[in-house]
Design a protein around this ligand. Sequence first.
Ligand SMILES: [Zn+2]
Length: 148
Amino acid sequence: MQSALTWNEPPLVHRENDWGPDFANDDRFTHEWWLEDGHFGPPSHQWRSYRLEDEEVARVLLSLRYVSHSPIPSPHALLIWSIEVREDLRQNGMRLGTTIVDQIAEEFSDREIYVGSIPGANGFWTTFGWPMCDCDDCRGRNMMVRHP
Ligand SMILES: [Zn+2]
């Protein structure tokens, strides 16, 4: 399955008062995450649409210039801002979300990767075994971080 999973960046389009990624209008994704927030754009952010066998199966928003929580902060870290597997494909044994996060971790193997607390998804994130960030702000409570 992994080899068949591909992603592309949806085109950015202007809307009435805003602009944003042109994701398909698909109710199996959470609208407000993907269609109503155009405040994030390149080059600091990247929207991704993942496809499997010509169907969109997941969406991701990455912050590519996230500032590391390390003692010498640099905007060289990555933040997985959002990830959503299509509703009908969750917890069906395909492990799409896990595969996508593994691929991102490999793609950015030389960078710190942060994950904030995502409501309802903490069980998903604990499967990766990434430690909690122990910086003075997080104190082991707020975010997970995968060190290079
Ligand atoms: Zn931290």
